[in-house]
Structures are given as C-alpha cells and as structure tokens.
Design a binder for this molecule. Structure first.
Ligand code: CUA
Length: 342
C-alpha cells in the first residue's frame, strides 16, 4: 500500500489537479492579500502586523540563539564526569527579569492594538460618509444604499475618497440568517454580520480598482463561495452608476419577461418596474451591470447565465436557488430577457 499503490498515487494527482482547477475558477480576479492596503485602516493593520512580527522575530532570535549556543557550548565531552550544573532557585533578579520582560512585551502589543481598534471603531456615519446597509444571506450579499434609494447584490460600488473630499464608506451590517463576516482585506478588517444585531464598519477607499474578499465566518455549505467584490470608482462614475441603478428596469414585454413572471422566478427576485417583487434572492433590476454571477463565482456572461438557470445546484451545490428543471428553450428565453436588464 502507501504511495507505491498506483491507484492511490493517481487519485492524489487527480485531487491536486481538481483543487488547482477550482482555485482557478474562483480566483477570477485578484486573490485577496493583506499586504497591499488600499485604505488608511488597512495600512494601519499592516503596520500593526509588521510591528508584532518584528517583536516576535527578535524574541525568536534571542531565545533560539541562546538555545542553540547553550546546546553547542555545553554539549557532552568525552570523559567528562556526568555532573549536574549549579541549581538556581528563588533568585529575585532572575525571577523579576523573566516575569517583567514578557509582561512589558505583551502590554506594549496590547496598547498599540487597542489604539488601532479604537481608531477604526465607528458608532455612526461620519461627515459625508456613504451609508450602505449590507445584509448577509446564505450565500450572497445584499446591498442597500438608504440615502440613494438603490438596491443591488454581491458587487458593492463606492466612490473614491480623495484628500480634498474624504468620502468614507459606512457599512451597517446585518444578517438574514446565520453569522457571516465581511472581509475585504485590502480595504478593511473583518466585521461579523450577526442576526438580530447591527454592526458597523467604516473604510476610506483611496485607490481606484476592484477589490475582492470573502465571507470570513463559516456559514454553511457554500461559505467558501460567498465571495465579495468592491468596485471603487471615480466620483463622476459613481454618480452615473447611481443614476442608472435608480431607473426601473426596461419593460420589454417580451416572451422571456412573461416566462419570468409565470415561473417561480418572480416570487424570489425583484425587478423594479415589473410585477416581480420577491425579496428572497438578489434584486435583478440591473443584473447586467454586475460582472459576476452566484456571488462572485463565475463571470456574468450568456453561457454562465444559461448554465445557472438550467441548474444552479451544479455551479453552487446547496445554494438556495432550486433547480427549476427548465426546458432549454425556456432557459434561453429567460437568459435573453435577463440580458436586457442593463
Ligand atoms: Cu457567509 Cu461564510
């Protein structure tokens, strides 16, 4: 048995290949990293990390170095009598030294961490902050902009905050079911979304771009595919995005739209300007303004949309969208209709 077993060896190879492929599929954009901050709060988190790392490296070198030196210095010599070294007990200076040194180290680390935590803490939206209500669902994100009357899903769009006109983003985090955790490493630390409780976090996006993240609290089968995307756009682009999002959906009166209303789709999804007013699934009014489907899992293109409609459980096993057993012709009609929702 063991690795000599050809079958076992091949299944290991297969596992590695499958894992690589699925990582490939998920990592559609950048892989989230904590070392490349794009907001003041993540800069401060990185600073903390390096500070604690430096302290622990120094301690490691001191302890490891001393250990290595003593092992070498006091190694057993040929013909040496097997004697015990002198025993020290109750030496006040030594006891004090090895109590105080760790105490001071831990105190320093605690103080700088508490200072950062207090700086990042937010009780209410600051001046000029953009308020966004974030609701965690199994396994997608709902975004409501209460002051702008905009609702969208999975891809948060926020304006750039520059020096002259700081525009922090203030998130009000809630959950519709279980505990989730909001984590976009380049923009902010983690904050949990807890049922029956309102948590807040604030960050100031200072670089344009798309930032990916991940639900950071195990929330069920598709936790790993509860991906996050934040698009930081210029103030002007944000204005035009808001203007587009506020519009009701184009009313096509097409066969596809009729199918959408006849099937169960309309019970779970909202398309503003139509009869579809469901709130269980994501708002689809401007579905085509989003780059991805299934909470960041696959690019939002015709084929993926079609595959998703034909069997959501194939792309995202366990997700709350049932396999409606659509006929291919119906799926095609629906996809064509959804593609008008720009
Ligand atoms: Cu939501 Cu993990």
């Amino acid at each position: 048995m063991g690795l000599k077993d050809t079958n076992l060896r091949w299944s290991l190879v297969g596992g590695v290949v499958a894992a690589t492929l699925s990582v490939e599929r998920l990592a559609m954009a950048e892989v989230p990293v904590v070392f490349d901050p794009a907001s003041p709060s993540t800069e401060s988190i990185r600073g903390l990390f390096y500070f604690v790392l430096a302290i622990t490296v120094v301690i490691f070198l001191l302890v490891g170095g001393a250990l290595a030196y003593f092992i070498w210095r006091f190694r057993e010599h040929q013909g040496q009598a097997d004697t015990e070294p002198p025993q020290i007990y109750g030496s006040h200076p030594i006891e004090l030294a090895w109590t105080m040194a760790p105490l001071i180290t831990v105190l320093v680390i605690a103080l700088v961490v508490v200072r950062s935590v207090l700086e990042m803490r937010t009780e209410a939206p600051g001046d000029g902050a953009l308020r966004v209500r974030v609701i965690g669902h199994q396994w997608w994100w709902e975004y409501q902009y209460p002051d702008l009357d905009v609702t969208t899903a999975n891809e948060l769009v926020v304006p750039l905050s520059d020096g002259d006109t700081p525009r922090p983003v203030h998130l009000e985090l809630e959950s519709a079911d279980v505990i989730h955790s909001y984590w976009v490493p380049r923009l902010a630390g983690k904050t949990d979304l807890i049922p029956g409780r309102l948590n807040r976090m604030e960050f100031e996006p200072t670089q344009l771009g798309t930032y990916t993240g991940q639900c950071a609290e195990y929330c069920g089968t598709q936790h790993a595919n509860m991906l996050l995307r934040v698009n930081v756009v210029s103030a002007a682009d944000f204005q035009s995005w808001v203007a587009d999002q506020k519009k009701p959906a184009v009313n096509t009166e097409s066969a596809g739209q009729r199918r959408f209303m006849e099937l169960a789709c309309a019970n779970c999804h909202t398309i503003r300007g139509t009869r579809a007013k469901g709130v269980f699934g994501p708002d689809l009014t401007h579905l085509m303004s989003r780059e991805t489907l299934a909470s960041g899992m696959v690019p939002n293109d015709h084929q993926n949309l079609l595959d998703w409609l034909l069997d959501p459980q194939d792309i995202k096993p366990g997700c709350r969208m049932p396999d409606m057993r659509l006929k291919p012709a119906d799926a095609e009609l629906l996809a064509t209709y959804l593609e008008t929702l720009k």
